[in-house]
Design a binder for this molecule. Structure first.
Ligand SMILES: CC(C)(COP(=O)(O)OP(=O)(O)OC[C@H]1O[C@@H](n2cnc3c(N)ncnc32)[C@H](O)[C@@H]1OP(=O)(O)O)[C@@H](O)C(=O)NCCC(=O)NCCS
Length: 196
């Protein structure tokens, strides 16, 4: 019930969330923020599954009592493989388990969609995110030299068996307000850009 007790809830991202997500995107990734067009095209891709965490623990799905978006994350699911496309939490909300809850949601979605192994890329100078991923069973499998703007390397990580990874981290963390909404069916289009 961490999400509820901590005063936030996780739900699928919609196009109405794009302005708020863009604000966070620019603040959290000042060197390599996605453009609004990139975010919108991600949302439009059937293989993508994006979620936001909002302040306020409104019950049900009506959004009543829902506060601002404080975090977001996205998955690319092309079974049997998937990618964590991005994850970010408003700096004021770091350390409250929101990153963990979103990653749990994303890996749950991966499992639901038949993804057997999940990949991601993380900046070599981002130990906080790396530690979060390690706790979910992601292991380093390679390095992409100078992948990010400014010449920073990307560490490539892989999580095998996403369901087992969730179980190992306590699984039920999502809380009662969690939704597994999903408007997506169909094939992946394209797009290799990954923030995470
Ligand atoms: C990485 C990020 C998503 C984590 O979000 P968060 O809500 O603060 O994460 P949580 O509170 O759920 O913490 C999850 C884990 O992160 C790790 N962590 C938390 N604080 C940490 C710290 N000061 N140093 C290192 N690791 C830390 C721990 O493993 C922690 O687990 P724990 O709470 O059981 O100890 C957030 O810091 C962020 O948005 N960073 C900027 C964007 C970014 O770098 N995204 C990743 C792109 S690859």
């Amino acid at each position: 019930m961490a999400g509820v007790n901590a005063g936030y809830r996780i739900r699928p991202m919609t196009e109405f969330d794009v302005p708020a997500v863009m604000g966070l995107e620019r603040a959290m990734f000042p060197d390599d923020a996605w453009t609004e067009d990139m975010v919108r095209s991600e949302l439009a891709e059937p293989s993508r599954h994006y979620f936001v965490a909002c302040r306020g623990a409104g019950r049900g799905d009506g959004g009543e009592g829902e506060g601002p978006v404080v975090a977001y994350a996205g998955l690319r699911a092309v079974p049997p493989q998937g990618d964590v496309q991005t994850i970010a939490v408003d700096r004021d909300w770091w350390g409250r388990g929101i990153g963990r809850a979103l990653l749990t949601e994303v890996l749950g979605q991966a499992y639901t969609h038949g993804v057997e192994e999940v990949f991601l890329e993380v900046r070599s100078d981002n130990p906080r995110a790396q530690e979060l991923y390690r706790r979910f069973g992601f292991a380093e499998i390679g390095v992409r030299r100078r992948y990010y703007r400014g010449g920073v390397d990307a560490i490539v990580m892989r999580c095998q068996e996403p369901a087992a990874a969730i179980a190992a981290t306590g699984g039920g963390e999502q809380g009662e307000a969690l939704e597994f909404g999903d408007a997506a069916d169909g094939d992946d289009g394209s797009g290799e850009e990954e923030k995470a």
